[in-house]
Design a protein around this ligand. Structure first.
Ligand code: COA
Length: 183
């Protein structure tokens, strides 16, 4: 597959989705050090610049290996970085990957993830040739569950007590969407 496919710029009405660069680190740290944003994440909130820089480098390496696609979410109106969305855990033979999102607190509830998610899903199916997308979320994360359902995902399972982060144990709800599912 062409290298360029894993470094796209995807535009929607209000958003530009594009690969993160080192210069995005400070803004990214601001978003993902917020305990509210990270409440249902399977890692603790970021605490230092190195966390953001390591993440950006790790993403670039994984994208070069065509193992994941991680894109910053930028507002077209201000060019501000407001979050990230990703396709990861690619299984090439089965043509499936996982999807994930994170948005700064001040941008929740504005339909941005619906807009970014639709574009990312279409890119995964149409350009990367995927057949199935999966998502794993904390069932208590109502915003995420609602956003996934709106994006055409169905809940397919529940894994009990799957995670323990900072001593807090939580379940995982598994969601899936097929390329053949109605949108
Ligand atoms: C989960 C998250 C990505 C949703 O993004 P968002 O841009 O706020 O979602 P949208 O505005 O596109 O909303 C999609 C749907 O979910 C609903 N929704 C959003 N937040 C909600 C909430 N807190 N409770 C219930 N429903 C909610 C919206 O109303 C909308 O449905 P509607 O159009 O029928 O009204 C965002 O809240 C976030 O980044 N949270 C922190 C990180 C996280 O938990 N990521 C998920 C792990 S993969």
């Amino acid at each position: 597959m062409s290298d360029r496919l894993f470094f796209p710029v995807i535009e929607t009405e209000r958003l530009a989705l594009k690969p993160l660069v080192k210069e995005d680190a400070a803004k990214l740290l601001g978003i993902f050090s917020d305990p509210e944003v990270m409440q249902y994440w399977n890692t603790a909130p970021w605490s230092k610049m190195e966390d953001a820089l390591d993440f950006i480098q790790h993403c670039e390496d994984a994208m070069r290996r065509q193992e994941s696609l991680v894109l910053g979410i930028f507002l077209k109106s201000t060019a501000e970085l407001v979050g990230k969305c990703m396709l990861f855990s690619f299984h090439r033979e089965s043509r499936r990957a996982e999807i994930g999102f994170g948005l700064c607190r001040s941008c929740w509830g504005k339909g941005y993830i619906y807009e970014a998610g639709q574009a990312l899903i279409h890119y995964g199916f149409d350009s990367l040739g995927l057949r199935r997308l999966e998502a794993e979320i904390d069932p208590a994360n109502k915003a995420s569950a609602k956003a996934l359902q709106k994006l055409g995902f169905a809940q397919e399972g529940l894994l009990r007590q799957r995670w323990e982060v900072d001593g807090v144990v939580s379940d995982s709800a598994l969601y899936g969407r097929l390329v053949t599912d109605p949108t």
